[in-house]
Design a protein around this ligand. Structure first.
Ligand code: VAH
Length: 315
């Protein structure tokens, strides 16, 4: 069976639903420290558990005969800056808990997400290579960079089959992101459709790598399904679909809502965004496990409008 830790979050929710579609509802156990969406809770097993509590996670693994764990619990970049020690504890303890279960052969395979936040101001900004300078400035980025080193270490030293992707900003409509720097690209759609305007906390020319949720889920499942020998990078793979600025996204929104009004009031999150790449070279993911993306910016925009509309109707 499969265990998703952090299943109530933005990516965890949709990942769990997709895994249930592929493997059957009973085979995919969702867990989180808080309850999730109605769809998540009602479609299969759900357990409240703290990712930092080794005994609780070990118990779940034993009880449900878990072989594969997706560790999606984390504190994101913006929230992490407000409570640095808490972010560090959550992001590292949860990873060690899962890596140690794999080291002790209690589980067979682990997915753990990294992020473009591992990069920093000294990293080449355009087409950032897989292997390059990494001097992250946020607690979140430091935790992901450190986590990457530990994944690589557990693979080499203990043969742990851990696989990882450096997600860009993920855009989706089912569950809101929690406390990231790329959240503007989700908020803009909800605000546009409900109020016709949005004030962005990033400046109009801030270009960041982004991806539609369906592609992020596809990448996650693809890398986990690939044969072990194909996974040559055991820290984390660069992954890319598109890059855009708030201004370009606002133009896309205007295709659907010509009256849409965008304003800009950069806050502390601007300083974080300024340290991140504007585009990513993901040639190794494409070569090693055949990664390819489906959604570009206009397809993403159309999908967001359709998705949010159907949610508003059903409310
Ligand atoms: C954040 N979305 O903004 C996350 C992230 C791409 C960066 O991992 O913190």
């Amino acid at each position: 069976n499969i265990l998703v830790i952090g299943a109530s979050g933005q990516i965890g929710t949709e990942l769990t639903l997709k895994l249930r579609e592929l493997h059957g509802n009973a085979a995919v156990i969702a867990s989180d420290i808080r309850e999730g969406s109605e769809e998540l809770m009602s479609s299969g097993p759900f357990e409240i558990a703290n990712a930092m509590d080794f005994d609780a996670i070990e118990k779940l693994v034993g009880h449900y005969n878990i072989e594969v764990v997706y560790l999606m619990a984390a504190m994101l970049s913006a929230t992490g800056e407000k409570v640095p020690m808490k972010a560090w504890a959550l992001n590292m303890d949860s990873l060690f808990n899962v890596l140690n279960l794999a080291k002790d052969k209690k589980i067979k395979k682990v997915f753990w997400p990294s992020s473009i936040a591992v990069f920093g101001p000294s990293t080449p900004k355009e087409q950032t290579p897989q292997t390059t300078v990494m001097e992250p400035t946020t607690v979140y980025g430091i935790s992901k960079q450190t986590g990457e080193r530990w994944c690589s270490y557990y693979h080499k030293k203990y043969g742990v089959d851990v696989r990882s992707i450096r997600y860009p900003g993920i855009i989706s409509y089912k569950t809101l992101p929690g406390g990231g720097t790329t959240d503007y690209a989700v908020e803009i759609f909800h605000e546009a459709m409900q109020n016709g305007k949005y004030t962005s906390f990033l400046s109009e020319e801030t270009e960041l790598p982004m991806m539609f949720m369906d592609d992020a889920i596809k990448a996650t499942i693809d890398i986990m399904d690939a044969p072990s020998e194909a996974i040559k990078v055991r820290s984390s793979y660069n992954l890319s679909a598109m890059s855009f600025t708030p201004k370009i996204l606002a133009e896309e929104v205007k295709r659907h809502l010509p009256e849409f009004e965008m304003n800009y009031e950069p806050d502390f999150r601007q300083d974080i965004a300024d340290t991140w790449p504007s585009s990513i070279d993901d040639a190794e993911a494409r070569a090693d496990w055949n990664w390819s993306h489906n959604f570009n910016i206009s397809e993403l925009t159309d999908a967001m409008f359709t998705g949010i509309k159907s949610q508003l109707v059903s409310k």
